[in-house]
Write a protein that binds this ligand. Structure first.
Ligand SMILES: [Zn+2]
Length: 256
């Protein structure tokens, strides 16, 4: 077996990040942030490699077009230098029953998990079809909105270090180290839930027959007040919120 035949087709994390970054975290043909990685110089079939100079990040449909030969190598090199000003998409995962897990605290049938000085930062809305959705207002250190999600539809505009949301559109990572923003969103269907999550659903009165989704929000936000959503707790102003089950309430935490 040749050395090149033994490498995984999935590029290493640093190569993936380089390729996402050079196209501004969106497919250079359509702006979709749900990116795959195409080998074109040389093509993967000729040589198994992860040389970023001969690779490009594309959405699944433009990746398929590239695989079928739709673009010349010269066109792909030009696309590697193309960027969209805004990157936006939408999460599906809409259910009548969603348990939102924010920094290890659980919310079900609540309006908001975190409101700071009158601004909802992490909040929940029911869409026109009666499905639970996630909404977010994420500000950078200058109080510019770096990321906004409204009823699962999201957009990001300003300079960021990284944004990764694979084609399954089940997870999203967003980072801006200069602005100390680092957020992670993950959806899990009932089939993916462990025993503790199944028990949490039952504790909220969601029967085992019902479709349920768990939506995780974790990370660090710098403004309007620095708040950390860790795996186990929420931290702000030296205070810790841990293991709360909040249901049928207005606002989980309101910081004045
Ligand atoms: Zn595309």
């Amino acid at each position: 077996m040749s050395k090149s035949a033994s490498i995984s087709r999935t590029p290493p994390a640093d190569v993936r990040r380089t390729l996402r970054s050079e196209v501004g975290f969106g497919c250079p043909k359509c702006g979709s942030p749900h990116l795959e990685y195409h080998h074109f110089d040389p093509p993967w079939a000729e040589l198994n490699h992860h040389n970023s100079n001969g690779m490009i990040a594309l959405c699944a449909s433009h990746h398929a077009a590239a695989d079928s030969g739709a673009f010349t190598q010269e066109q792909l090199r030009t696309l590697k230098r193309s960027r969209y000003a805004t990157v936006q998409s939408s999460f599906e995962w809409r259910r009548k029953h969603t348990v939102f897990v924010c920094g290890g605290n659980f919310a079900y049938r609540c309006n908001s998990m975190l409101r700071v000085r009158g601004i909802d930062i992490v909040y929940f809305e029911v869409d026109e079809n009666g499905y639970d959705t996630l909404s977010l207002n994420i500000y950078d250190t200058c109080m510019n909105k770096i990321f906004e999600m409204r009823k699962n539809d999201w957009i990001t505009r300003t300079n960021i270090d990284d944004l990764e949301s694979p084609p399954s559109a089940r997870t999203l990572l967003l980072k801006s180290s200069i602005h100390r923003v680092d957020i992670r969103i993950e959806f899990k269907d009932r089939s993916m839930l462990d025993n503790a999550e199944q028990n949490t659903a039952a504790r909220f009165g969601i029967s085992s027959e019902e479709n349920v989704v768990f939506c995780y929000f974790n990370g660090d936000i710098p403004a309007p007040l620095p708040v950390k959503f860790n795996a186990r707790n929420i931290n702000f102003r030296g205070m810790t919120l841990e293991g709360n089950y909040i249901s049928h309430s207005g606002v989980g935490v309101h910081i004045g």
